[in-house]
Design a protein around this ligand. Structure first.
Ligand SMILES: Cc1cc2nc3c(=O)[nH]c(=O)nc-3n(C[C@H](O)[C@H](O)[C@H](O)COP(=O)(O)OP(=O)(O)OC[C@H]3O[C@@H](n4cnc5c(N)ncnc54)[C@H](O)[C@@H]3O)c2cc1C
Length: 433
């Protein structure tokens, strides 16, 4: 029997995990990455003693397999943290999730949130129906007050599109749904219970999140860096690269963003081209700052629902690992989302972010900004509108017939974490066994 030639495009976590798992199954594959280093979004930059990731990149695990895998690769170099996540609104910090931690908010806000939630509970039978937009779901699940004071403004800012255009297919267990008892108790006193599946997270003790992709890439053979695919001939089963090289395949694992194949793919049927145009996403502008002083030592990250802040979230890398900032200094990252529907003024955004961080006293008057860095992440979060599912069905149906297997956050075009990418890499490798 002749060996099947498997090519993987993209050496982010999905491509690396697929390659690593294929190797373990004694299957050979070649991995091609356009950049000069592996890791994709799971990379870090070190400058003047500060290490920054592409925004916050924290490891959450639901699967014992993924946790064991990372533990084995990392040995001692892993710390577990109990999450300390907050919301900043009405000029104060309250614990996240907003709905379970109303304590400390102005009394009229607490009252509106509680009475709205109680009304929503009365209408519970309506929730058995399906097909709600995300906007309807937020109102029906949490009531008017929680929707108005956090859920809607935060999600509107984050997704950049009207939440009534979004489906509910993306969140699964992501959005914590406390009971009425928990909401009342969180309104009466400070609630230290951590909600949601990601109550704990893991991070490398030394180095940034790139340590994860480094741990895999060190073990992956046949890794070709600086290979940017420029055309995909699905009929000939051949990939051509910008450096002039061409490789034939029997199976192609594709982790680059799916919309890109509209430009790369030769002879794509018009239906598939049309479906590719329907795929929407937001982009993320990330500002990283190295600052003097201790920063915000008791928090990991903070959500900012209010419009007056251009960013939707800010976080504090030094609280993930002391190795990420020099002694006596700390750092902060802020994330702003944008899209065609909510364009970004890239010249002014840095100043607006810094002003917002000062306003929230995340940067204190005595703090000095020692270093600034930014990342402009074109493909940030996949927008789950009503066209996504039928478009994907048509695209995937065509690609599978050509022995092309989309994988990962942007290949599979879904809301995937690093853990999901690791597990998807395992699953696809096993499908070739
Ligand atoms: C702002 C933000 C914050 C996040 N925070 C977290 C978090 O805290 N925790 C978490 O678990 N997950 C987080 N994620 C998700 C996580 O980053 C992804 O799930 C994961 O890194 C995706 O890996 P991937 O390999 O699928 O894609 P990518 O990392 O995008 O890798 C794709 C690779 O393909 C390469 N490529 C692209 N085009 C070509 C081409 N033409 N030829 C060859 N190579 C090409 C790219 O250079 C890249 O290396 C976050 C994502 C974002 C955007």
């Amino acid at each position: 029997m002749t060996k099947e030639r498997i090519l993987i495009l993209g050496a982010g976590l999905s491509g690396l995990s697929a390659a690593w798992h294929l190797q373990r199954l004694n299957k050979e594959c070649l991995v091609f990455e356009k950049e000069a280093e592996c890791g994709g979004l799971c990379r870090s930059k070190t400058m003047s003693g500060f290490t920054f990731d592409y925004c916050g990149h924290l490891l959450h695990f639901r699967s014992a397999y993924a946790l064991d895998l990372i533990r084995n690769l990392f040995q001692e170099n892993l710390i577990e943290h109990k999450k300390s996540a907050w919301v900043y609104s009405y000029n104060r910090f309250t614990r996240y999730p907003f709905q379970a931690n109303l304590f400390g908010l102005p009394r009229p806000v607490i009252k509106e949130c509680l009475s709205g939630f109680i009304d929503a509970q009365r209408n519970l039978p309506h929730k058995a129906k399906h097909g709600f937009s995300f906007l309807e779901w937020m109102h029906l699940t949490f009531g008017k007050g929680i929707a108005r004071h956090f859920m809607v403004p935060y999600n509107q800012k984050f997704w950049t599109v009207d939440c009534k255009e979004l489906t509910c297919d993306w969140f699964g267990g992501f959005i914590p749904r406390p009971t009425l008892k928990e909401i009342i108790s969180g309104a009466l006193r400070e609630n230290k219970k951590v909600f949601g599946y990601n109550a704990a997270f893991w991070y490398p003790k030394q180095g940034g999140i790139q340590e994860v992709s480094k741990a895999f890439s060190a073990k992956v053979k046949h890794l070709y860096l600086g290979y940017e695919a420029e055309s995909l001939d699905f009929k000939k089963r051949e990939v051509s690269f910008k450096n002039g090289r061409r490789y034939r395949y029997d199976a192609l694992i594709l982790t680059l963003p799916l919309p890109e194949i509209a430009a790369l793919g030769k002879n794509l049927p018009s239906g598939v081209r049309g479906a590719l145009k329907n795929l929407k996403y937001n982009s993320i502008f990330n500002l990283n700052l190295g600052i003097s002083g201790n920063g915000t030592p008791d928090k990991h990250w903070v959500y900012f629902p209010e419009k007056k802040f251009v960013f939707f979230r800010a976080g504090f890398p030094k609280n993930f690992s002391a190795s990420l900032a020099p002694p006596g200094a700390s750092s902060v990252y802020a994330e702003v989302s944008y899209s065609g529907e909510k364009p970004l003024d890239k010249k002014r955004i840095g100043g607006k972010i810094i002003n917002g961080l000062k306003h929230a006293k995340v940067i204190k008057p005595k703090d000095k900004i020692l270093i600034q860095d930014s990342n402009d992440i074109k493909y940030g979060y996949i927008i789950y509108d009503r066209l996504r599912a039928p478009s994907l069905k048509s695209i995937n149906g065509y690609l599978r017939k050509q022995r092309v297997f989309p994988l990962g956050r942007y290949g599979a075009w879904s809301y995937k974490s690093m853990e999901d990418c690791l597990l998807d890499g395992k699953q696809i490798a096993e499908s070739f066994a």
